[in-house]
Design a protein around this ligand. Structure first.
Ligand code: G1P
Length: 301
């Protein structure tokens, strides 16, 4: 099979309205909110390039041009910074334009994740048998998970997703897997997938976490599904359709860090974790957090 070992295109759905971050997202796209100092969209670009991809297909809505602008070169800003001796900052500013080739795909209407992914078909080369989807809300570490998913596709074919275990009470926020074991502990065969079921109807507490390695046949499935949960075209439903037709789908069970940047309750811990790890801010932040914790312990501890 040609081109079977590396992923070329990563699709990044970034057309959402960011409602859980209003009022900040009235004017600032959610994907540009900084984790310490780097926006989520740049972190995803690094992860995609690290997995070997050369093209980032960013699905945006018509009023979110700033997401694409982040990947421009900003020569005047770089020149000013260099003239002032701020070389480290200049290098940071230049970075986004060097990571990967960004391509804009415009989604005119918010018709769902499945619709957004379907639009990206137009940017794939004819020879691309598979591609990846990375949801910028989901931060995962180690970021090498995609390489592991590529390995699993080489072994089992079909499509491979990343899964995490969540508290059974929270499954209704996710696409949930019905699974069977394989010879490998961290790899499960998916026999069904359901989008945001009620806790009592969920087939497991193993859920999709924003990394998909999809066979090209997903586009055909996306054309055949009806609006599902929330009246939107769901990627989960297209994957479930493929499974029902015998397409192999597996999950790699993620054993690492995961943060949800899509809402303040996940964004704040992500900022704390990345902040603590930052050589410049970490040590002082640690002391600040200790003080803050002491202050709030009587109320919240
Ligand atoms: C989307 C998917 C869902 C998946 C989740 C992971 O939901 O539809 O299947 O589990 O991302 O973050 P969203 O969070 O966009 O509602």
């Amino acid at each position: 099979m040609a081109n079977s070992t590396s992923v070329r295109t990563v699709v990044v759905p970034a057309a959402g309205m960011g409602t859980r971050f209003l009022p900040a997202t009235k004017t600032v796209p959610k994907e540009l909110l900084p984790v310490v100092d780097t926006p989520g969209i740049e972190m995803i670009a690094e992860e995609a390039a690290g997995a070997g991809a050369t093209r980032l297909a960013i699905v945006t809505s018509p009023n979110k041009d700033e997401v694409m602008r982040h990947f421009d070169e900003f020569p005047e800003l770089v020149e000013i910074l260099r003239a002032r001796g701020k070389d480290e900052l200049a290098t940071k500013v230049e970075r986004a334009a060097q990571i990967i080739q960004p391509v804009a795909v415009v989604q005119d209407k918010p018709l769902g994740l499945g619709h957004a992914v379907g639009l990206a078909e137009s940017v794939l080369d004819d020879s691309e048998e598979f591609f990846a989807v990375m949801l910028p809300d989901d931060v995962i570490e180690p970021t090498a998970a995609m390489s592991e998913m590529i390995r699993v596709r080489q072994e089992h074919g079909g499509s491979v997703l990343l899964a995490v275990e969540v508290d059974p009470a929270h499954v209704s926020n996710y696409g949930v897997f019905d699974i069977e074991t394989t010879e490998e502990d961290a790899v499960k065969k998916v026999v069904g997938m359901v989008e945001k079921p009620a806790a009592e109807d969920a087939p497991s507490n193993l859920v999709a976490t924003g990394r998909y390695l999809l066979d090209r046949s997903i586009f055909d499935a996306l054309r055949r599904i009806e609006p599902g949960k929330g009246g939107e075209l769901q990627l989960t439903d297209a994957i479930d359709l493929l499974i029902s037709e015998g397409h192999p789908v597996h999950v790699v069970v993620h054993d690492g860090i995961r943060h949800d940047l899509g809402n303040p309750a996940g964004f704040i811990p992500a900022s704390v974790e990345f902040g603590l790890r930052h050589p410049k801010y970490g040590p002082a932040l640690f002391r600040d957090i200790e003080e803050i914790l002491e202050k709030y312990r009587p109320q919240l501890g």
